[in-house]
Design a binder for this molecule. Structure first.
Ligand code: F0G
Length: 463
C-alpha cells in the first residue's frame, strides 16, 4: 500500500530570481577572524560570514515589484512623488493622518523622545529596547520596565509575553504622578523578550487606564505585522480578520508610532513617525529638517521611499507573513527536539537561545551569551547576536553593569533571504556546539564604548 503523504501546510509564496553568493570558510580561518573582531560578532566582516543571522534589520530581500519601483525614484529635493505615495500608504495601512519620514528607526525615536520628554520624566514601557531607551535617557527621561513578569522567564509559555502589567504601571503613576509620565512606550512585539507579542485585550485595557490618568500612548510599530499575525493566531475574535485590519486596529489605540522600516516594510533602509496629534507632527516636521533632511525625504532617497510604500502593500499579505513566521517556528522546533534551551513561545523574528541554561557553568559576568554567539560563529560561520548583559549596558546612576534576567543569543531571520536548508545547517551547528558545551570557557571585556556598548565592545577569551 502506498504511504500516506503528510502535507506541509505552507511554502514561501515567492521564488528566487536573483542570487548572491556567500563565503565558505574554514574553522581555522574563523578562529582567526573571531579573535581579530575582539570576539564581538558585530565587528566581523560580512565577507567572513556564511549564514548571517545577526539581524532582520535592513537585511530583507526586496521583491521585483519593489525593485521596479526603485527605477521610479523621484529625487527632487522637495516634494518627491514617492513621498506622497508613501504617505498615502501610511494613512491607508496604519491609519494616521500625519507622517514624517526619517532615515531609520532610531532617528524617529530621537525626534519623538525630544518632542515628548522633559528632563526628570519617567517613561514606562514593556521592556527596554537598546536605542529606544537611550534616546529616552538622552532626552532626560528614565525608562521604567512595566512588562509582565512572564516576559523575563524564558520558559513561561504565556501567549502574550509582551503584555503590560497594569499594576506595575499604576505603582509608578502613584509614585511619581501622571504629570511626570509623558507617554507609555509600548512595543509590539517585544524584541528583547524574544519577539513576544502584546494582545489586543491588553492594549485596550491599557488605553482605558491611560485615558483615565491622562497619559498618552505611543507605539514602536517596527514589527507590528508580526504582532498582528500572533493576534490572529492566538486571540479570540481575530481569527477571521485580515492582517491589515488587525494592524490598523492596534494603531487606532495609540496617539502615534515610530517605525524602523528596515524590518516589516521589507526594505534595506528607512523609518518614520506617524501620528494623529497635529502639534507633535508640526514639531517633528520642524525638527526633521535639522537632523535628517527636508520633511519630504527625511534622509532617504526618493527610490527608498518608493520601496517602502510598496513594501507596506506586501507586508500585510497573509501567505507572506505566515511563511516568515513559519520559518522561525520550523527553526525553533528543530532546536526544541534536540532539547536545546530557547525562549518560548517561539517569537516572530528570531530564535533566542537561553545562554544561562546552555552554559550554566558560566557566571553572567563571564558573558555567556557573547561567548555562545562566538562559539557558533567559529563552528560554522553562522553569525548571531548577544542579547544579555553586554546589550543591557550600565546603570545610569551607579555605573554598575545592568544584570538582565534574560541572557540570550539571538538568531534573527532576514525576510525572504534564506532557505530551509540554511536553517537546517544552522540547527546542526548549534546542536554540535551544544554537544561540547561543557568545555566552553567565557570571555573578559577589554574595551567598552560609552554608548550602546554591544556594537563595538571587545573581548578576550578566559583561560
Ligand atoms: N525599535 C525596535 C523594536 C528595533 O528592533 C529597532 C532596531 C529599532 C527600534 C531601531 O531601529 O535600527 O532602524 O534605527 N533593531 C535592530 C535589531 C537594530 O537588530 O533588532 P533602527
Amino acid at each position: 500500500m502506498a504511504k500516506k503523504i503528510i502535507k506541509r501546510s505552507w511554502a514561501e509564496p515567492f521564488k528566487i530570481k536573483v542570487v548572491e553568493p556567500i563565503s565558505m570558510t574554514t574553522k581555522e580561518y574563523r578562529e582567526k577572524t573571531a579573535k581579530q573582531a575582539g570576539y564581538n560578532t558585530f565587528l566581523l566582516k560580512s565577507q567572513d560570514i556564511y549564514i548571517d543571522l545577526l539581524t532582520d534589520s535592513g537585511t530583507n530581500a526586496m521583491s521585483d515589484y519593489q525593485w521596479a519601483g526603485m527605477m521610479l525614484g523621484d529625487e527632487a529635493y522637495a516634494g518627491s512623488k514617492n513621498f506622497y505615495y508613501l504617505w498615502d500608504n501610511v494613512k491607508k495601512y496604519y491609519g494616521y493622518p500625519y507622517f514624517v519620514p526619517t532615515h531609520q528607526g532610531r532617528a524617529a525615536e530621537h525626534l519623538v523622545s525630544k518632542i515628548l520628554i522633559k528632563p526628570g520624566d519617567y517613561i514606562p514601557g514593556n521592556m527596554y529596547f537598546t536605542t529606544t531607551r537611550l534616546h529616552q535617557e538622552i532626552a532626560g527621561g528614565t525608562f521604567v520596565d512595566v512588562i509582565i513578569d512572564e516576559a523575563h522567564d524564558p520558559q513561561s509559555l504565556h501567549p502574550f509575553k509582551g503584555n503590560v502589567d497594569i499594576s506595575k504601571l499604576d505603582k509608578l503613576v502613584k509614585e511619581v504622578g501622571a504629570k511626570k509620565i509623558p507617554y507609555i512606550s509600548v512595543a509590539g512585539p517585544v524584541n528583547m523578550a524574544g519577539g513576544q507579542p502584546i494582545s489586543m485585550a491588553n492594549i485596550v485595557e491599557l488605553k482605558s487606564y491611560a485615558k483615565k490618568n491622562g497619559i498618552k500612548m505611543w507605539l514602536d510599530a517596527t514589527r507590528l505585522v508580526e504582532n498582528a499575525y500572533f493576534i490572529k493566531q492566538r486571540e479570540k475574535g481575530y481569527e477571521n480578520k485580515t492582517i491589515a485590519q488587525i494592524l490598523k486596529e492596534i494603531c487606532s489605540h495609540f496617539e502615534g508610532i515610530w517605525v524602523s522600516a528596515k524590518k516589516d516594510l521589507l526594505v534595506n533602509i528607512g523609518g518614520f513617525i506617524a501620528t494623529k496629534n497635529k502639534n507633535v507632527y508640526e514639531e517633528a516636521r520642524n525638527l526633521v529638517v535639522v537632523y535628517e533632511g527636508l520633511h519630504t525625504y527625511g534622509g532617504l532617497a526618493g527610490r527608498d521611499m518608493e520601496a517602502m510604500a510598496r513594501g507596506i502593500e506586501e507586508m500585510v499579505n497573509y501567505d507572506y507573513i505566515r511563511s516568515r513566521i513559519g520559518q522561525v517556528e520550523y527553526f525553533g522546533n528543530k532546536l526544541l527536539e534536540y532539547k536545546i534551551p530557547i525562549v518560548q513561545p517561539i517569537g516572530g523574528h528570531a530564535i533566542f537561545l537561553d545562554a544561562k541554561r546552555f552554559l550554566p557553568h558560566l557566571k553572567q559576568i563571564e558573558f555567556p551569551a557573547q561567548t555562545l554567539a562566538n562559539e557558533i560563529y567559529i563552528d560554522s560561520g553562522v553569525r548571531a547576536m548577544e542579547r544579555g548583559i553586554v546589550s543591557a549596558g550600565r546603570n545610569q546612576k551607579t555605573g554598575d553593569h545592568n544584570y538582565p534576567k534574560l541572557e540570550l543569543v539571538r538568531l534573527t531571520l532576514p525576510r525572504r533571504v534564506y532557505t530551509q536548508a540554511h536553517i537546517d545547517v544552522t540547527y546542526e551547528s548549534i546542536a554540535s556546539v551544544y554537544d561540547k558545551r561543557k568545555s566552553i570557557k567565557g570571555l573578559k571585556m577589554i574595551y567598552e564604548p560609552k554608548y550602546l556598548r554591544f556594537f563595538q565592545a571587545r573581548f578576550e577569551k578566559l583561560k
